[in-house]
Every structure is written in structure tokens, then in C-alpha cells.
Design a protein around this ligand. Sequence first.
Ligand code: GDP
Ligand code: MG
Length: 735
Amino acid sequence: MQTTKDTITMALAGNPNAGKTTLFNKLTGARQHVGNYPGITVDYKEGHFIHADSEIVLTDLPGTYSLTAYSVEELVARDYLVNEKPQVVINIIDASNLERNLYLTCQFLELGVPMIIALNMIDVAKDRGIEVMADRLATLLGIPVVPIIARTGQGRDQLIDQAVAVARGVKDWQPLDISYGDDLDETIMNLMGIIEENGFLQNTYPSRFTAIKYLENDDQIMNRGKKTNQSIAATLESLVSQVSDHLVKTMDVFPEAIIADHRYGYIKSIIRQGVLTHKFDTDRLYASDKIDKIVTNRLLGPIIMLAVLFGLYQVTFSWSELPVSWLAALFDWFSGFIAGLLPDGLLKSMIISGVVHGVGGVLGFVPLIMFMFFGIALLEDSGYLARVAFMMDRIFRIFGLHGSSVMPFILSGGIAGGCAVPGVLATRTLRSPKERLATLLTVPFMNCGAKLPVLALLIGAFFSENKARYMFLFTLLSWAVALLSAKLFRSTVLKGAPTPFVMELPPYRFPTLRGLIIHTWERTWQYIQKAGTVILGISILIWAMMTFPGLSPEKIAAFDQQRAAVMNGPSAHNTTTNEKNAAATGQSGKQELAIIDGNQAEEALKDSAAGRLGIALESISRYAGFDWRTNIALIGGFAAKEVIVSTLGTAYSMGKVDTKESSSLGKRLQKDPHWNKGVAVAALLFIMFYSPCFITIVCIAREASWKWAVFSMTFNTVFAFIVAVLFYQATRLCG
Ligand code: GDP
Ligand code: MG
């Protein structure tokens, strides 16, 4: 009885999402184990199964689009092939995306590995009206092609039959020769001559493959070459740099680009020879493509996109209004409740202004963030977000950003009135770390809703004739500054190549409500957990800065005395009027009391840590035209930009000024000798661009790191100050 079975090693390779894992599981069932390739985080999966008389050992290689040295996955895949030399490679390709998938196939062929193609997803292709002629493809490529549906297991047995046959029949690796055009073909021949003469790296790679990798400037192979034989490596490199220089001079391209072009040319030529039949007619045009005809249309596309982005903005800021107002009412009630419970004094002030406002500050954003993430999940899950990125990429790429950056910008105030907190969180849709950071760091330059009352106050006071025009101008300016600073970051601290935009537009899907809710809730909860405690802590700190050390008992006593004087009776000069009209005096008494209260609040603010800092900073800030009162307001603005208006009110001893009723404060500023149009614009510029409020800072820290959060505070403040000083000094020079 024959019991010995032969063992055949197979490797499963293909693009991400081609169906590798599905096929792997179908073939091996539970007989698999997952590990890591030594030292890196790429999954290594191996399984085995019996087929006919053979024991098959199957390795699942990481999914890749290419075999360059650009990513760990690609290195792992090709190292595995050349070092382990599996007896056959099953190259799984997505039939509905033939052209892109064949790029990797093409490189396997060039490497010469014994190979068979599993033509997967023929059901999907069929739905899209595409049919791939497997036999024709097999003839043209010179390797077996077996149509399968990995999901159902259809074609699995034929596939393995053929794979076993290939493994048994193979003798040597047979690299495919693709022509790369006159210039390169000649160089490749020369390189191959040197390589073969010296047996250079030949135990690992075919000579032609090494030659091409040298032309492609492949770090890994060039390093390996240097270690093997320094002088030959140097000869090859100098040959390559000659031809490379020549190509750059004559055609302004690098060899890599020419190589890629020819590979695509080779693939196209194969596909054109009757491999693909599109059975498109209007009825069967794949639904997604049909939608895309309209949605990414040159004219309609941008209009629809603007409408969708505006819709997202509406969802985030309008739909959340009601829950936000409920929360606000709840916290008002709660402050009132606490106020009634506690005696006047520091504790009460801390609990109300520090703790309750702090918690309110954290939770107040929750509805906003929830609605925003819901909107984004909807766009993401339906597949539309990829289209937005696709359409915006050309514009944003100029500034070193990604098409997806548009959303954070819009949310942060690209349409005036947004908020940088959801904006910062929305950068999660960006994959490349550098593009994400550049977006994260520049969205706070937009005109968020909290800056608007300040802008309205100053524009209303000094430029009341052209309000709308100035508002528009400042919105444009915020865009310009944000995009240009992104460009600056991307060419300095965040330097790096842009991520190639893979034009992978997933088909449209109907998102499930369950999926949307899970996405939304997970992300919102993360915000509460990660940012909540820090925000609460800082909010107490800011309260302390605006409160301590506070007025000395003597000063308080002096104010109390003034009040007592008013309360105890009319002063000498208006005795007679008082007798005539008690009501009127009561009125003026109230006013006097209010003035005393205002003066006391001003004095207290001036005596606080923030006040002292504001006064100390006057020596620098006067270059931008800011006096100490403005400074204090700006320091308060770090808590939240809308605080600037109310703090200015206190600093000008007007008591608490409501942001909606700021016209009297505007008049006050108009008359104040410290203020004029120049100062107003300098202040506007500073407020638009200086440090983000601390809640945004905490979010930046959580999304990136504290290092970047500190960078953002410093960079923005210094930048804003320089702009303000330049502007103020210029207006002074021009009078
Ligand atoms: P991998 O990235 O190559 O491992 O791809 P997966 O095995 O994870 O497959 C990607 C997606 O395609 C999954 O949702 C699979 O269920 C689906 N899929 C795989 N093969 C087929 C197929 O033949 N037909 C269809 N309709 N879907 C498939
Ligand atoms: Mg997989």
C-alpha cells in the first residue's frame, strides 16, 4: 500500500481585496496558523490541505499592487518568492478589475516564478457586464488561467489540479522579457552582460530582474548588491545613472516611469486582443458607473459635491442645534441649582465657572460631533467620500494635502461658522500621516463660529458701511492662510512625497443604519473619553487664572463703601430732584451701582494672573496696537474665542457683555483713544490666526501628539502676531 504522499508548496499572491483570504479559507479550512514575519507587523499565514494524492502547503502572501521596494508588504512578498521558491504561485486576480490586477501579474512573470492565475470574482465582473475570456488570456500570457468564485468555492478543484500540474512540470524559472523601449532595452542588455559574467546576485534573482531593479532604483536590491560585490555594484550604478541622466535630459522622465508605462502598455496590448468583452448597454451599465456618470461629471460633479458638503455642514451645525440647546438649558438649570445651594464665594465660583462650564464645554460639543460623524459615516459607507476625494485631489494636492482634506476645512469654518473641534476629528478620514497632520494643523485657521461674534463686533464698530464685504474678505483670507501654511508645513516640517492617489472608487452601497450608528457612537465616545478629563482640568486652570489672586480685602471694602453710599441715600447734589421724582433717582441709583460693579469687575480682572500677564505683555503687544485690556481678552480667548467679547466688556468695566448685545461695546471701542481702524484690523487678523482654543488643542494632542499641539499653539500665535504687527505698523506709516 502506497502511503507516502508528495508535498507541494504553493504561495497565494495578489492585490489587496482580490479575494486571497476568502480563497485561502475555502482551501485550508481550519488547518492554518497565523504568525508574523520576523520583526515586522505583516501577517504570515500558512495552511495545508490534501488534494488528490498530494499534501499541499499553502502560504498567504501579503496583498500588494506591485513588487517594488516601497512597502514592507511588497518586500515580504518578493523575498518570500526568491528565498523560499514555492513550487507554484497562485496569482489571484479580480476579473472585474483586470487591468490593474495584471500589473502585479506582469512582475511575477518578469521574475519568472512558476505561476497559475485564479481569475476570481467572475460573478462581480458579470454583473458589471464584463466577461474575461480565460482561454484567450491563458494563451497570451502562456500560463493556465482558471475562472473561480472564491466566495462559493466554484472552480476550486480545477484550480488546484492545474496548480499541481504546473508544480510538477516546472524545471527552471522562465522570466518574461518585456520591451522597455530602445534606450532601456539596450541598457538592460549591457547590465545583464555584467551581471551574468560575474554571477552577480544570480543565486537569488534572474539577471534581467536585477537589471530592471537597478533601473528602478530599488533600494533593497542595490544594498544587497553593494554587500555582495562593491565594485560590480558601482559599475552597474554608474551605467544606470548615465542612462537615467540621459532620459531626464531628453524626456524629463526617470527610468521607473518608463518601465511602468511599458508594463501597462504590455497589459493593454494583451487585453485588447480579445480578452475582455464589455457587454455594456444602457440597461446593464453597472449602477455605480451610471451614478458616477452624473456624480463625477465635469460640470455637475462639483455642484453636487458643493451641495453634499453644504449638507454635511448643515447636518453638523443645524441639526445639532436642538440637542445643543437642550444641553445648554440643562447646564443653565444646573448652574442655577448649584448657585442656590452654595454660599457666595470662591468655591461657588470655581464649581460654576470651572467645573460646570468645563463639563458643559466638553459635553456641549457632543451633539455636534455625533451629527458630524454620522454625516461622515454616511458619506464614507455609501462610497461618496471617495468621489469627493477624487474630485478635490487635484486642487488640494497643490498644497500638499489630500482630496479628503476638504471636509475638515469646511467643517472648521470654510463655510463661516464651523468649529475646529469636529474639523480636527474629521481628519481621521485621511490615511497618510503627513497629509493628515498638515490638515490637522491648518484647519484652526478657518473662521469658526466662535470667532464670528468678535469679527462682527469689530467690523460693526469700525467698518459698518461694508460689513458683508469684509466678512467675505476675511473668509477668503482664512482659506488662503490655511492652504498656504499647509504648503509651508509640507515643504518643511512635514516634508514627504504625496501619497499616490489610487483611483479606486468603490461601488456605491446603501449604508446600513446599524453600521452608521456603531461608527458614530464609537467615535463620539472616544472623544468624550480621550478629551473630557483634560478639558475639564484646563477649564479649571483658566478659571483660576482669571480669578486669582483677585482683589485685596481693602479694595473690596472700598467698593462696598461706594455701594453703601449710593444705597444709603441720595448724595448732596441731587437731594432736591430726589424729592420731586423718586422713581427717576431710583433709576440713576441703579445705574451708579452698575457702574461700581463694572469697575470692581475690571479691577478684579486686572489683578488676576491673566490681567497681570496682559499688563506685562503690553510692552510687546503695543507693536500690534494692543493695550492690556485687549491682551486680557485675548488670553481669555484661549478658553473659547467667544469669551473675547465678554472679557473685553469686563476689561472696559461694562460688566458682562452678551455677544448678541455687543453694539454698546462697539461704540465704546470706537470712542476709545487706544482703538482705531488700524488696531481693529490688526486685532481681527490676530484673533483669526492665533492659537486655537484649548479644546481644539486637546483634540490635536489626542489625534496627533502633545508635541504637535504645542507646535500649533506656538506657530499660530507667533504667525498671527507677526501679521498683526506688520499690518499695524504699515497703517501707522501710511497714516
Ligand atoms: P483579500 O484582501 O485578497 O484577502 O480579499 P478578501 O478575501 O478579504 O475578499 C475581499 C472581498 O471580496 C470580501 O468581501 C469577499 O467576500 C469578496 N469576495 C472574494 N471573492 C469573491 C467572489 O468570487 N465573488 C464575490 N462576489 N465576492 C468575493
Ligand atoms: Mg486578506
